[in-house]
Ligand binder design. Sequence first.
Ligand SMILES: *Cc1c(COP(=O)(O)O)cnc(C)c1O
Length: 396
Amino acid sequence: MKIYADNAATTKLSRVSKEAMLPYFDTIYGNPSSLYSAGQEAAEAINRARQIIAKKLNCEPREIYFTSGGSEADNQAIISAAQIGARQNKRHIVSTAFEHHAVLHILEKLKKQGYEITLLDVHENGIVMPDEVAAAIRDDTCLVTVMYANNEIGTIQPIAEIGAICGAKGVLFHTDAVQAAGHVYIDVKAQHIDMLSLSAHKFHGPKGAGVLYAKKGIFLTNIIEGGAQERGKRGGTENVPAIMGMAAAFEEACAKIDGNTQKLTALRDKITEGLLKIPHSVLNGDSARRLPGNVNVCFEGIEGESLLLYLDAQGIMASSGSACTSGSLDPSHVLLAIGRPHEIAHGSLRLSLSEENTHEEAEYITEKVAEVVEHLRSMSPVWRDLKEGKKSYVIQ
Ligand SMILES: *Cc1c(COP(=O)(O)O)cnc(C)c1O
């Protein structure tokens, strides 16, 4: 059996998305900037894609900028807000300790350039408190950036509340919605979102395509200088096939939100229930306010990396920490941010499901994880110390 349960890392391209792309590789291959009809056909196509995405986010097509993915959109949003702030002598940014590295690393860079960054702590349930965001905003705050749903523990943030606070205080609000887009409903107007990032490959679209939504009137700073593409804000010939695939995938994913929420929540809760029967295990993040397909559990006394390798041998593809940090020995900054101690944070498992996963797979996963955890514990000196009472359990 081969089970893919790492959809927070990337997703399989959907058939609909693939078919939407195909004509733009070899039939309608003109450059959208060219004036002859083959170019204009491509230009019209990407404008249709822009309309589709804008409609789903409840914004205007001209507020949609195509990028190379979520990372670029995050970078451009934050750099733009920082530049707008600098022109008004506002150099303070509020964010959280559990953002994606695409956000955290650009904030670190801005800090070196003289910006002051407040990273809010996240509570044990993995939820950012709106009143703490409000309290962190100062007269010189130029941006609040809080992710919509966390990529490791799946917790969904009170975005509308945070957006309303920022709106009332006149501070720009950006959200990295890469994990949320296509999985939960987003309405940038109702949720008072000024800027938002999304990425096609997290909702069954192609890799290397994303969107920055920026409310009209927000002056964007170019990350890539070049031609006049994307209203002059993002140089470079548009990735037409990927843009078409992204729009088709987004439309499809949005249409499936209700059905998938129901299906994945049932699978998620079944797996979670099964895994928490393993002694000394704990769920990371709120049990209800999380993405329908996200399970993230810590097991005491084992290493997440070993767990993954053993699960891979059983045909299960999962993750421990984020894909970007695996390969390093640092524990996940997300698990540390919600207060998990180092020794526990190392023993985490993230399963992120899609509509292709089945109840049979959920049972297989639960059974195999229990077996592997038991096996790893039988070889673990840490576990022996815990059992012999030389150390005390962190997870009761
Ligand atoms: C995957 C991801 C990104 C990066 O998106 P890319 O398109 O891979 O650059 C950013 N933020 C979050 C929350 C993500 O999950």
